[in-house]
Structures are given as C-alpha cells and as structure tokens.
Design a protein around this ligand. Structure first.
Ligand code: CMC
Length: 426
C-alpha cells in the first residue's frame, strides 16, 4: 500500500497524487490543484474540526475511548499518584522528575510567588465588581512589562525563568483578584506552604498567624489542577500557539489563552453549570429543563465535547473527588440536581445519539462551590491548572522549526473594487 492520496480534479480531468503522513495530507500540497490563474485548492475548516495545526508530543486524547494521557501517562494514574507541580514538570520537560529535580523545581516555583508591588496597585485599580478572569488576563499581560527580558524567547534559560515565574505567580494573581472583589486585604505568599496550601492561604487567611487548610481539600484541589493541566489543541492552547507564533513574549501569549478560556463554551462552562443548576432549583424541574434543551432553547452546560464522544475521563475522577470533598464540607444540595440531570441525559436519545456525555466542567463547579469559591472564581481555578499545559504547548511551538506565524486563509465573500462614494451622495 502506498501512503498517498490520488485526486482527480473533475473541473480539468487532471490527476494528482498527494503524500499521506501520520494520517494527514499537507494542505499546501493541494495548492498544485489549480485552474489557470487561480491560487490553487484550499480546505475550508471553520473551528479546525478536521485540521491538525501542529505536531505535538505533550498530550494524547482518544475521544472515542475516553483516554487522556500527559506525555504517555494516563490521567487516572497521575491524579492518584502524582502532584500538580510534578505533573507540571512532566508536561514541560517530557519526563517525570527525579526526587532532586522535583525539589529544585518546587523550590524555584516557591521562590517566585511574590508580585512586584506596582502590580498589586494595578490590581487595586479595578472596580470593586470586576470579574476576576478579566483581572487575571490583564495582570498576566501586565507582567510582560515587568519582565521585558521575556521577549528573548530564543534563549532556553530565559524561557525557563519566565515559565517558572508564570506558574509561581498565577495563584498569587488569582488570589489577589478574589480578595479585591471582597474588599479584603491581599495576603502575601507564604513560602513555607505547598503550592495549593499557599494558594488557599492567600485566598482565605484572615488574622490567624498561620493558615491551616484541611489536607483532604488540599488534595482535592491538587487533583483538580492536575485534571486541568493540559488538553492538547483546545481553544485556549490554540490561542496561546496562535499569538505565540508571532514570537511575542510568553506573558502576552498566555494572556490570550486566558481570554479564550474565559468564554462559556470553554473554561467558562463550569461557572455556567452552577448558574444552570441554581436556575433549575429542584429535581422536579429537571425534566422540563431537559425538554427545553431538546427543543433547542438552551444547552445542557457541562455536557458535550468536541473530542470526547464518550465519558470525559476527567469527569469520572472529579465525581470521585466530589465525594471526598463533601465528606469534609457536607453535601452540596445542587449535587442531587446534577445527578438527576446526568441520569436522564444518559438515557435520553437526544444525548445518546449525539454522544453527549458529562465533561470536566459538569462536577468541578460543585466542588469549587463546596470549597467556598464564588462562581466567578471557577474559571480562574481552571486557568491556574492549565498554565503548565499552555506553557508546554508554547515551548514546543517556539522550538518547532516547522511552525510559522499563524495566518489562516479565508474565502472572501465581500464586494470587489468599488468606486468611493462622496458623503454628499450617500
Ligand atoms: N446541550 C445540548 N445540545 C448539545 C450540547 C449541549 N451541551 N452540546 C452539543 N449539543 C448538540 C448540538 O446542538 C448539535 O446538535 P445538532 O447536531 O442537532 O445540531 C450536536 O450536539 C453537536 O454539537 P456541536 O455544537 O456541533 O459540537 P462542538 O464539538 O462544536 O461543540 C462544545 C462542543 C463543548 C462547544 C458543545 O458540546 C457545548 O457547547 N457544550 C456546552 C458547553 C460546555 O460544557 N463546554 C465545556 C467543554 S469541556 C471543558 C473545556 O475543554 O473547555
């Protein structure tokens, strides 16, 4: 068997042969299929539903089988046996760290958690009701002005320094944005604490000299960060890569990823799920709500995925984490509605025939709420967890010799070459 595709252009009767590599053809190879004077054949693919934009060795997903692996390690094993900083190291470096590599990495991240005081003032400038995702996006982008050296993206040591800074400072920025909304004083990082404990301390500490978080809650949040750490070429990773392809500094590229994540079809879905569950109110209203979804009036938020046509493996793990968290915090009453929605949807032909299953966002919001986060903070938590994945994707992009500045084609549907009409004649 030859790994090639034979194409006949029925407009001209000409035959072409195009190489197939790794199950793909090169879109540029189609350019040779051209009518006289025409730029050649292109593909039309809104939303990149069947177009590979890069080669990547970071994350593997088999959506039909419900498999997710980071650098070849199944998500279930990482969630059970690893920690978020260890998984971050794995995503960024390709291998699990040795014990000394992990302590150096943990030390490096821990010693970069503080923000420049001017950045604190920048955050203070937001209105009292500013959405924390808007604050996070703006302050990450502002970081690029504090570290102008970050524009030197061709230097590996320099890239590593910015990566460490970003992973270290995201929880501080997220916590400051949260405290700003409450009008509470910002809590500075405590470098004696672990990554997650320090984040919880910056969020919730009041006058106590040392913040002590419940170990089970620390573990649950660490697992949630692991589950969110990467998801191959999703909307925000694509935004990071697209903006990064202009060779801008990583803070600007990650700010673009945060913007993409903010949307309700992406990371904003967990916030939307919680609002949806509150609106449904009681299990008695579930069947009416499902009828509304089936008639196209609204969406069942937290269901469906571009890639998973099976149960999202992250949702399975989160369901288990829910039980652990509720053991500490008491059961969230919305859980009953979520379980009823899931039960009905998994049996209903509308959802079954479209292969719509719960995704990562369906249960994560319930945990976040049990941990006393307001819904506006949910996507911030997602962003903190996703930062190592964005940076691994960005790092891979900037070292990939095949990558070019992102610049899709269009099919132009507008007017051509019109004569300008003076204002008096319009
Ligand atoms: N509720 C009701 N119908 C749905 C839903 C849903 N949540 N998701 C998809 N459908 C229907 C859709 O209307 C379409 O039906 P039809 O064929 O009759 O037109 C069919 O299923 C295929 O959907 P699609 O919109 O073509 O699928 P997509 O791959 O473009 O969109 C999605 C994927 C995640 C944007 C979509 O499923 C959705 O909007 N889900 C709700 C939002 C959500 O939970 N997002 C979080 C995604 S996971 C976290 C992350 O990675 O960010």
């Amino acid at each position: 068997m030859t790994d090639s595709l034979s194409i006949r252009d029925n407009r001209t009767g000409k035959d072409y042969e195009v190489a197939i590599t790794d199950g793909t053809i090169r879109a540029a190879d189609l350019k040779q299929i051209a009518l006289d004077g025409d730029p050649g054949l292109a593909t039309y693919d809104p939303g990149f539903v069947n177009t590979a934009s890069c080669r990547s060795a970071v994350t593997y997903i088999d959506g039909d089988a419900g498999i997710l692996e980071y650098r070849g390690y199944p998500i279930e094993q990482l969630a059970e046996k690893s920690s978020f900083l260890e998984v971050s190291y794995l995503l960024l470096n390709g291998e699990l760290p040795t014990s000394s590599q992990l302590s150096t990495w943990t030390h490096d991240v821990t010693t970069h958690t503080f923000l420049h005081e001017n950045l604190k003032q920048f955050i203070q400038g937001f209105r009292y009701d500013a959405h924390p995702m808007g604050m996070l996006m703006a302050s990450v982008s502002a970081l690029s002005t504090f570290y102008p050296d970050a524009s030197n993206i061709s230097d590996a040591d320099n890239r590593q320094l910015q990566i460490t800074r970003l992973i270290a400072k995201m929880p501080t920025l997220g916590a400051f944005a949260y405290r700003h909304g409450l009008g509470k004083p910002y809590v500075y990082p405590d470098n004696d604490l672990s990554y997650v404990e320090n984040f919880l301390a910056m969020l919730f500490k009041m006058s106590e000299p040392k913040y002590a978080a419940d170990e089970r809650l620390v573990k649950a949040l660490d697992v949630l960060f692991i589950l969110h750490a990467d998801h191959e070429q999703n909307c925000s990773a694509n935004a990071v890569r697209s903006v990064g392809s202009s060779q801008v500094d990583p803070y600007s590229a990650i700010a673009a990823g945060i913007g993409a994540l903010y949307g309700p079809l992406h990371g904003g879905a967990n916030e939307a799920v919680l609002r949806m569950l509150r609106r449904i109110g009681t299990t008695d209203n579930v069947s009416d709500f499902i009828a509304g979804v089936k008639s196209g009036k609204e969406k069942l938020m937290g269901f469906g995925h571009r890639v998973y046509k099976n149960y999202d493996p992250r949702a399975q793990i989160i369901k288990k984490a829910c039980d652990d968290v509720f053991e500490v915090t008491g059961v969230n009453p919305l859980l009953k509605i979520a379980r009823e929605l899931e039960k009905i949807a998994l049996e209903d032909d509308y959802f079954v025939s479209r292969k719509l299953y719960p995704n990562v966002d369906f249960y994560s919001g319930l945990i976040y709420e049990a941990l006393e986060f307001p819904p506006e903070m949910f996507t911030v938590l997602f962003a903190i967890g996703r930062t190592p994945g964005w940076l691994a994707q960005w790092s891979e992009l900037v070292q990939d010799k095949e990558q070019k500045i992102a610049r899709p084609k269009q099919i132009y549907t507008g007017f051509r070459t019109r004569e300008f009409i003076p204002m008096s004649d319009r």
